[in-house]
Every structure is written in C-alpha cells, then in structure tokens.
Design a protein around this ligand. Structure first.
Ligand code: ZN
Length: 215
C-alpha cells in the first residue's frame, strides 16, 4: 500500500469538500465524494459530516467489491452509487455527488440538460441525462445511475441532485461546477425568453471535438 498516495488523496477529498461547500453546491451534510485508491479500495466521505469541515482522518476506506469498510465509521449512504460506477468504468477514478441549486431545480422539474445551447457544455458532456427518481442510498438508485453513467460523465438525479465522474478528482469537481453553470445559464436565458440552439452542423463539429468521449 502506498500510504503517501492515500494521504494525498485524503487531503484532496477534504479540499474538494470545502470547494463544493464554499461554492454552494452542497448544504449541511449533503453530498459525497469518492476516489479510487487501487484495485481493491475506494476512499469515500463519511455519512453525516459537513463537507466544508471534513478532516482527512474522517474519510473511510471501503472495498470496491462489496462496500465493506476496513474498520470503524459509517461511510456515505450513497456508497452503492459510487461503487457501481467504478465497477463498470475502469477509466473513472473519482465520483462527486452534490445538490447544486439550479441543476437540482431542473432535476425536480424532470428536465434533462440536453438542449444544445452552450458549446463548452457539448464538448465537456455531450449531454447530461436525467436519472429517474429512486430513494437516496438504495441499490435501485445505484442501478439507475450506472445505466446513465456507463456512457456519460454526468447526470441529474430526478428530485434530488447531480452526479459527476472524472479521471481525477479535479476533473469530477470541475464537471460538477460546469454542470451547475450550464443549468444556471440555461435558466437565465429562458428567463430572457430565448435560448437559441446551435445548428446541427455546429453540434456535430463540437461532438467531434470531445476529448474523452465515453464509449
Ligand atoms: Zn444527495
């Protein structure tokens, strides 16, 4: 076990938690963050802790195979949702779940972020699908999430929030930030009465520019 790497990742998770909380993407004890440690283990935030005040030693280690911990502590209730993504996406090393206000409003209204309005959104995400509602923390939610995340790096969770996945934690957090900006931009342009869609040829050009298209 490379303990220096584990320590660095624990610190990165606390920094990510502070960033999500400061940016208003999570409230109180909401949201959860995980990172793939190696073939066997995943680091994940504990249940019931404010992400703005998280300490490296509070982060828990769970087995990728069955979600069991290596000791004491209660891992995030959303652990099943995180682990299923790592199991089917070997390219993914970090998962972030948050409740960004604008994105969550779209999720509550049952609207996926698929309108081709912003070029960067298409290059980053392709599209952001909407996962149907299931009770938070259940295996059913994990099943529905993984269906959407097998070919997307981000999704809205109906009546709940959003989830992003990255090759690094920096990428997963950046995608969460970008997802919220997309929702906010779309919301504001619709308030002005017009969100002009890009043309089909421009959309095709942007899709061809995607750096990490999920297959
Ligand atoms: Zn949640």
């Amino acid at each position: 076990m490379d303990w220096q790497r584990e320590l660095r990742l624990r610190q990165e998770i606390t920094q990510a938690g502070r960033r999500l909380w400061q940016d208003g993407l999570v409230a109180h004890t909401d949201g959860n963050i995980s990172v793939r440690l190696d073939d066997e283990w995943v680091l994940i935030t504990p249940s019931g802790v404010n992400k703005g005040a998280l300490k490296p030693h509070q982060i828990l280690k769970v087995r990728l195979q069955d979600g069991s911990t290596d000791g004491n502590g209660k891992p995030s209730v959303e652990t099943p949702m995180h682990l299923t993504i790592y199991r089917i996406r070997p390219d993914i090393n970090a998962v972030v779940h948050a409740h960004p206000p604008f994105a969550t409003a779209f999720a509550a209204a049952g609207i996926a972020l698929t309108e081709p309005v912003f070029p960067e959104m298409i290059v980053r995400f392709g599209e952001i699908p909407l996962v149907p509602y299931a009770t938070p923390g259940t295996d059913r939610l994990a099943e529905l999430v993984v269906e959407a995340m097998q070919d997307h790096d981000a999704a809205l969770l109906q009546n709940h929030g959003a989830i992003t996945a990255g090759r690094t934690l920096e990428e997963a957090c950046g995608l969460m930030e970008a997802l919220e900006w997309t929702a906010k931009g779309l919301w504001l342009s619709k308030a002005l009465g017009n969100a002009i869609p890009l043309t089909p040829s421009e959309i095709a050009r942007l899709f061809a520019m995607r750096p990490n298209p999920v297959r």
